[in-house]
Design a protein around this ligand. Structure first.
Ligand code: PEP
Ligand code: MG
Length: 563
């Protein structure tokens, strides 16, 4: 079985049956040659799938495919008996394959050992694949579902199970199969609750609309009443919470073994501590402008800043921390800066624009950061970069600060990585060149969304336009990640979109490396990512990139049409 609770619409899965011809053949020599060529062709396909699975870190699937290869290479029990049936009884190859494979499967199924009994299912899986080769029938299309549902089937072969979209399949209910079948084991690895060997499931599903199942106990119920659906949902939520706990301090990995990073967004040294308790692998955005709020009418001194940054870095206990230089202005009004009101604050004097004008203010912060960098792994990120000239100027100030500290014999970090936020469309358009001049990118979707759609992020009257589900925003994100990867640097995201559970599969599919979110969300997001396969997410991303409206995107990502 594969543990976990699932409830939802019941979807019957009844693939078409292959009808094997029962005639004899005239030319048994040619039939034998044709059969051996088919074995060879299938062998090549299975080993290619095995290599792909191994490359994607899908060890279990690779092992199952290795076992299938062994069956195809088994001369004594498989190949020779089929050749003999073609030779002596003039059977056509398909019939010979069917009889020999069914015979071996039945022998397995008659055994006492539950594990060996389940190997019968592998024989039947491979039989179907070999029959398709011999009869020239196309490979079965993977099960496709438009909305999430519980799949009810007589049995699913391991290959059919591996092809399922774990974003859509809430659970699996099979009439046949058992706890140790490869289908159950694969479902478990994919995080899909499954109940196998549920007699009468197909007949019940034919007249029922809704089903609930518990993969751990083997319980299944068709068309439960409202009270039971509500109680089950509560139980599932409790079990999801326990599941999250298990992921709090784990590494972030997709179901197919791709390593990702879950970082936290924080605004103080204290929050770094709680972010670590929530299992962050680093801080992806430390909003340093909060220091201004605390310093009232006075600008924070280098010493005061140094103390805060050093404490923040120490609180990370060796994990990396990205500190963003002051992002003042826009909606962040800072009394100490005594800024004149802008007519268009978001398009006006803010963030790096202020820092490049107020060089002393900027350099003071960079000096404090360089000093604090000795306490651990500190990275510096510049906000609101709109042009390469701004980036170069910011780096110039950084090098000036560094040179000053070295001349003053003040100890500083040996190496500090520099990155930029990508939150202005011009930076996206220039991302291929900007990527060559920095160590990392972090996409700020909060601002990128407002600037892409020309819709103020705080203005309710244009809230209908402001959405990271908008295809234009998604294309901006895709382009940025691609530019970063082409230049060999990692790309993260620290805007709110990175923590939107419905959006995460898309971001995984687009290849995002690091997700920086509010730290409370980390365990649940890590648990969710562990159930997602990057390959499936890539297909989802390709599909989403073809959509024209935000509603279409929302309906694919959330299944509801709402965002
Ligand atoms: C962003 O714009 O996405 C971002 C993270 O920065 P802020 O919300 O602080 O502007
Ligand atoms: Mg921003």
């Amino acid at each position: 079985m594969s543990g976990g609770l699932a409830q939802g619409e019941a979807l019957l899965y009844c693939p078409g049956k292959l009808v094997v011809p029962d005639g004899t053949v005239e030319d048994s020599a040619a039939e034998k040659l044709n059969f051996l060529a088919c074995v060879d062709a299938l062998h090549k396909k299975v080993s290619a799938r095995g290599e792909a699975a191994r490359a994607a870190g899908e060890t279990l699937q690779a092992e199952i495919l290795d076992a299938h290869l062994e069956i195809l290479e088994d001369t004594d029990s498989v190949i020779d008996p089929i050749l003999a049936a073609i030779e002596s009884e003039k059977k056509n190859a398909a019939l010979a394959v069917q009889e020999v494979f069914d015979g071996i499967a039945a022998a397995f199924e008659a055994l006492d050992d539950a594990y060996l009994r389940e190997r019968g299912a592998d024989m039947r899986d491979l039989k179907i694949q070999l029959l398709r080769e011999v009869m020239g029938v196309q490979d079965a299309a993977p099960v496709r579902m438009d909305t999430p549902a519980v799949l009810v089937a007589r049995d699913l072969t391991p290959s059919e199970t591996a092809g399922l979209d774990s974003n859509c399949v809430l659970g699996i209910l099979c009439e046949d199969g058992g706890r140790t079948s490869h289908t159950a084991v694969l479902a478990n690895e994919m995080g899909i609750p499954a109940v196998m060997g549920c007699k009468g499931a197909l007949q019940a599903a034919a007249s029922a609309r809704f089903v609930q199942l518990d993969g751990s106990s083997g319980y299944a119920c068709f068309d439960p009443d409202e009270a039971s659906i509500a109680a089950f949902a509560q139980k599932a939520a409790r079990s999801a919470r326990d599941d999250c706990e298990a992921y709090r301090h784990a590494r972030t990995r997709t179901a197919d073994g791709r390593e990702k990073l879950l970082y936290a967004n924080v605004a103080s040294a204290e929050e770094c501590r709680s972010a670590c308790q929530n299992g962050c692998e680093g801080v992806g955005l430390f909003r340093s402008e909060f220091l201004f709020y605390q310093s009232g009418e006075q600008l924070p001194t280098e010493e005061a800043q140094y103390r805060v940054y050093a404490e923040a870095v120490r609180n990370m206990q060796g994990r990396p921390i990205i500190i963003r230089t002051f992002d003042a202005g826009g909606d962040k009004k800072i009394p100490a800066l005594k800024l004149e009101a802008d007519e268009n604050p978001f398009l006006g004097y803010r963030a790096i624009r202020i820092c490049l004008r107020e060089r002393t203010l900027f350099k003071t912060q960079l000096r404090a950061l360089l000093r604090a960098g000795r306490e651990g792994t500190l990275r510096i990120m510049f906000p609101m970069i709109a042009t390469a000239a701004e980036l170069r100027e910011a780096k110039e100030v950084f090098h000036e600060a560094r040179g000053e500290l070295l001349r003053e014999n003040i100890p500083i970090a040996e190496h500090v990585e520099l990155g930029i936020m990508i939150e202005v469309p011009s930076a996206v358009m220039m991302s291929d060149l900007l990527a060559r001049e920095v160590d990392f990118f972090s996409i700020g979707t909060n601002d990128l969304t407002q600037y892409t759609l020309a819709a103020d992020r705080g203005n309710k009257r244009v809230a209908n336009l402001y959405s990271h589900y908008d295809p234009a925003v998604i294309r901006m994100i895709a382009h940025t990640i691609e530019s970063a990867h082409k230049a060999g640097i990692p790309c993260g995201m620290c805007g709110e979109a990175a923590g939107d559970a419905s959006y995460v599969p898309l971001l995984l599919g687009l290849g995002l490396d690091e997700f920086s979110v509010t730290s409370r969300a980390i365990p649940a997001l890590r648990a969710a990512m562990a159930r997602l396969r990057e390959e499936t997410c890539r297909e989802l991303a390709a599909r989403v990139l073809r959509l024209a409206t935000r509603e279409e995107v929302a309906s694919v990502l959330t299944g509801t049409g709402e965002d």
